[in-house]
Write a protein that binds this ligand. Sequence first.
Ligand code: AMP
Length: 195
Amino acid sequence: MSLRSVCVFCGASTGTNPVYREAAAALGETLAANGIRLVYGGGAVGLMGVVADAAMAAGGEVVGIIPQSLKDAEVGHSGLTRLEVVDGMHARKARMAELSDAFIALPGGLGTLEELFEVWTWGQLGYHRKPLGLLDVDHFYSKLSHFLDHLVDEGFVRAPHRAMLQRSDCPATLLQLLVNWQPTVVAKWHDRTPS
Ligand code: AMP
């Protein structure tokens, strides 16, 4: 598939290790260099601000989607190609998904994980056929990846659904994995045998 627009989920903070900031900047630059529009949460704080600033500085197109209620807390970015202010969190996630061909999670906290998992479950249910990726900076997502494999081993997630989530520590490699990804249509696992 070709990628025209990629949604990035990431922390509203920068974390304790400078490698997270460096990875966010590298991803923003790589998206811009490949002519891929960045869609993200619209804030100027944390890794959100870093990825957006890097993409803009590299001549990329950046669209931010921010709820009115968070415009102050997350400092709605005033230097983007476009900042859309929406009614709430649900509208934000729906709009980010609508505008994007794929999703990437940088390191982040609960909000990042929530956004990633919700859009992944939408894919599992067949609401979309768009790939997802983890930018696994400094093994940030290794433990989560092992746990996700465990969900497959234990019969709660199907392997093709697990495979929707790619992983690399390199932005360019991750984008290539997303481009190469082929959707397999498999129904969500429902155990219909009454207990
Ligand atoms: P965090 O990873 O917790 O630093 O949050 C990263 C981003 O996720 C911030 O822009 C938060 O506003 C956003 N966020 C937090 N909770 C949610 C949620 N329930 N749904 C969607 N976005 C969220």
